[in-house]
Design a protein around this ligand. Structure first.
Ligand code: MCN
Length: 789
């Protein structure tokens, strides 16, 4: 398509400011008289705090104030909430120990907040932080969830065995029966490694209190400023909702880690009011490593039952999920409701059972990181399906195809909650297989062998649930908030349009794609459309951005508001053209009297709405409409990714030589942006699968707490991707769209690991855990060779 409407691959409007250094991030904002904050953080993973002495720090040069947890509690601030209730299989609610804003007599992970120092300059705040004297009594720590379940180390008195919940989903008896009667059962144990989200811009806060109006403004790096305000006011008692303004201006990436409002930002906001000074805090990279919410960290065993035709009969999954030291906002939801219901994948497996134990350890709390639960489900499923193909001797693509849900089976009810909206899973698999030339792999393998290398190819057919979430569904399974989104579409008198959305863009290109939707829907030039978000004072309420929801939920809210604008405009146009409303058609920005050449542009109608000298009786002036949209279902993007690797058996080095992604995101608003999201997602997953290794040592120190120790993927770790699409429109939203922001991160880890296992298969290797670093791959090769001797 040409032009700027839906389907046009236009460059991002926002790139001008990002590429010219004129973006406005929290740290770019400076207020008169601002002071600076530095946190004193626990150096111990587990310790009692016997005393905290702040006198020396308080009298240090430039210090404005020093606060501890006692001050915050005395100031009325509550503990940090967990926003999702999960029940154990015996019906007990999950155990939710208090998560204080600052350590309360005990610290439970390295980096936990112990005190806050505020000073005139950052250097003074840092120096004074060194003078805060904390007397710790170190305790033993436990940093692995499986160990924690049977450890003498107890993190919380109210969580015996460090267990928060023992959750289940599905039909255990049916899965057991399928396994008992199967022709073949494939068993697997997989580790889904812990990852640190590492957004380009670290978390930051700048808080400003106006004693005249009692208004507190918090500029912060949030993916959902309205939700932050809700948590700060409803749960943390920071301020009344109408007296707190949260602004998330340009935000340099989040990847899930900025969904939550953290203790640091909360403490800074409270301290600004307590001291009467604006206070700024920007996390340093090592603080981010220690204190941003981490993701994944599952150990799972599973069994897949197959009949003699390779049909999946049942799947049984047991997962131990590391929750970290405390329950984060969505910490209970990610390894349960965002994981278990995805275990059907694109397949017809009739009996599925999943058990998840959520466990506390002396590590940073875990929560949503790009994909959040869905990468873990997909990784397990696509690894076990691949293993089953090897064990049964059925071709990997063929085994998947035999088990895929048929095209005419939609809406499709899985045995684990979800009803899939639409899809053609076989089409993506076929297209990806062709593009990756799977059938030609033996020739390429032979060539690699001649060069002393091993070559392998891996498939990952995924499905994911995005567009979180239908409010009733979220409420029914323990969610604390609704999943709707809101929009306001406002015509200005001169014909430009301002669109306010509760979604928040921090790299996803909403300024462009949302403007494309509005430009097409209202027939207004795209340069006359402004997308406004990220400020609780400018837009009434919204649920923010996560779970690839912004287009399918937020975009639909915009469509609904536009519908109201068009309808109201029709009344005005009918009056101005002296015609019946029923005879007016709206198309391409023009209201026309059917069958005549009488026509008015929507900009003329907008002007009349604000200068209503000649105006229909009973119609309000103005052209400004609001809509709230609550989705009826999730949307279910799906696809197949194929990865081809070459492994150097002497060094264990893996090179990704080809990567094909075929995704179904329904209608694409902007294929250029979607392609970018797919690229970013794949690299995110490749990082987890090949490089990113979060290591806590036995004392609970984060041994991989910097970019020197934690390898993020770089451009030379990936090839040029071959990205393509299939299309089944989602019937769940008027755009027919499905979300795309997480798909790459969900699909790519199993594609890569399956490719490595395929390459090493001839040596007898059946498993390589993520991250498949050269040393791990080399070791797997050595062990296989030793076993073969
Ligand atoms: N889009 C489209 N056509 C579709 C689907 C989406 O044109 N069929 C466009 C959308 O209009 C939007 C973009 O693609 O401009 C992503 O849309 P969507 O899938 O709705 O995802 P969200 O906008 O809700 O973004 C959230 C998602 C998540 S959950 C994470 S994590 C993530 C991601 O997006 N974090 C990101 N992508 C990121 N990209 C950047 N640069 N930075 C992050 O932190």
């Amino acid at each position: 398509m040409t032009g700027t409407g839906i389907g046009a691959s236009i460059p991002r409007k926002e790139d001008y400011r990002f590429l010219t250094g004129t973006g406005r991030y929290v740290d770019d904002i400076n207020l008169r008289g601002q002071a600076h904050a530095c946190f004193v953080r626990s150096p111990h993973a587990h310790a009692e705090i016997k005393s905290i002495k702040t006198d020396k720090a308080k009298s240090a040069s430039g210090v404005v104030a020093v606060f501890t947890g006692e001050d915050l509690t005395a100031g009325g601030l509550g503990p940090q909430p967990c926003g999702w209730s999960v029940s154990s299989k015996n019906g007990d609610p999950h155990v939710a120990p208090a998560f204080p804003l600052m350590a309360d007599g005990k610290v439970r992970y390295v980096g936990e907040n112990v005190a806050l120092v505020v000073a005139d300059t950052l250097a003074e705040a840092k120096s004074a932080a060194e003078l805060v004297e904390v007397d710790y009594k170190p305790l033993s720590a436990v940093t692995s969830a499986s160990t924690a379940l049977n450890s003498d180390v107890q993190l919380h008195d109210d969580a015996p065995g460090n267990l928060s919940f023992d959750w289940e989903l599905g039909d255990k008896a049916a899965a057991d029966e399928a396994i008992a009667n199967a022709k073949h059962v494939t068993k697997i144990e997989v580790v889904n490694n812990r990852v640190v989200p590492n957004a380009m811009e670290p978390r930051a806060a700048l808080a400003d209190y106006n004693p005249g109006t009692q208004e507190l403004t918090l500029y912060t790096t949030s993916q959902n400023p309205h939700l932050a305000r809700l948590v700060l006011t409803a749960f943390l008692q920071l301020a009344p909702e109408h007296k707190l303004r949260v602004v998330a201006p340009d935000v340099g990436g989040g990847f899930g880690s900025k969904v939550f409002i953290y203790a640091d930002e909360t403490a800074v906001a409270w301290a600004a009011r307590a001291t009467g000074r604006p206070i700024k805090w920007t996390a340093e990279r090592s603080e981010s490593f220690l204190t941003d919410r981490h993701g994944r960290d599952h150990v799972t065993t599973a069994e897949l039952a197959l009949d003699d035709n390779g049909k999946f009969l049942g799947l049984k999954v047991n997962t131990v999920a590391d929750l970290g030291s405390y329950l984060s906002l969505l910490g209970t939801a990610i390894p349960t409701w965002l994981y278990g219901p995805l275990l059907a994948g694109p397949y017809t497996t009739p009996a599925i059972y999943c058990n998840v134990k959520g466990v506390f350890t002396n590590t940073a709390p875990t929560d949503a990181v790009r994909g959040a639960g869905r990468p873990e489900a997909t990784y397990l499923l696509e690894r076990i399906v691949d293993k089953a193909a090897r064990e049964t001797g059925i071709d990997q693509a063929d085994l998947r195809k035999r088990n895929m849900i048929a095209n005419d089976a939609f809406p499709y009810q899985t045995p684990v909650v979800h009803v899939y909206d639409s899809g053609d899973y076989g089409a993506s698999l076929d297209k990806a297989s062709d593009l990756a030339d799977i059938s030609g792999i033996s020739g390429r393998r032979a060539k690699s062998e001649k060069a002393g290398k091993l070559r392998g190819i891996g498939i990952s057919s995924y499905i994911e649930a995005c567009g979180i979430a239908p409010s009733a569904a979220a409420g029914a399974i323990g969610g604390g908030v609704g999943g709707w989104e809101s929009a306001q579409v406002r015509f200005n008198p001169t014909g430009s349009v301002e669109v306010f959305t509760g979604s928040h863009a921090h790299g996803q290109g909403h300024d462009t794609t949302f403007a494309q939707i509005v430009s097409e829907g209202l027939g207004v030039p795209i340069e006359n459309v402004e997308i406004i978000h990220g400020d609780t004072q400018r837009h009434q309420f919204g649920m923010g951005t996560y779970g690839s929801r912004s287009l399918v939920v937020g975009g639909t809210a915009i469509v609904k508001a536009m519908d109201k604008i068009v309808d109201k405009g029709k009344k005005i146009a009918a009056h101005l053209m002296e015609a019946a409303e029923a005879d007016i058609e709206f198309d391409g920005g023009n209201y026309t009297v059917v069958g005549t050449d009488k026509s008015l542009n929507i900009a003329e109608v907008a002007f009349a709405a604000y200068v209503p000298h000649n105006y229909p009786e009973g119609v309000e002036p103005g052209l400004d409409e609001n809509a709230f949209y609550d989705p009826l279902n999730f949307s279910f993007p799906a696809g197949t990714h194929v990865c081809e690797v070459e492994v150097d058996p002497d060094t264990g080095e893996v090179e990704i030589v080809n990567y094909v992604a075929v995704d179904d995101f329904g209608t694409l608003i902007n294929p250029l942006i979607v392609g970018g999201q797919v690229h970013g997602g794949i690299v995110h997953g490749v990082g987890q699968a090949m490089l990113e290794h979060t290591v806590y040592d036995s004392e609970g120190q984060l041994a991989s707490g910097s970019f020197m120790d934690y390898a993020m993927p770089r451009a030379d770790n990936v090839p040029s991707f071959n990205v393509d699409y299939t299309k089944t429109e989602s019937p769940m939203n008027p755009l027919g769209a499905k979300g795309c922001g997480e798909a790459g991160a969900i699909a790519s880890p199993p594609a890569l690991i399956n490719a490595i296992v395929d390459a090493l298969g001839p040596l007898g290797v059946t498993n390589v855990d993520m991250p498949a670093t050269p040393s791990r791959v080399w070791q797997a090769i050595q062990s296989a060779r030793a076993a073969a001797e």
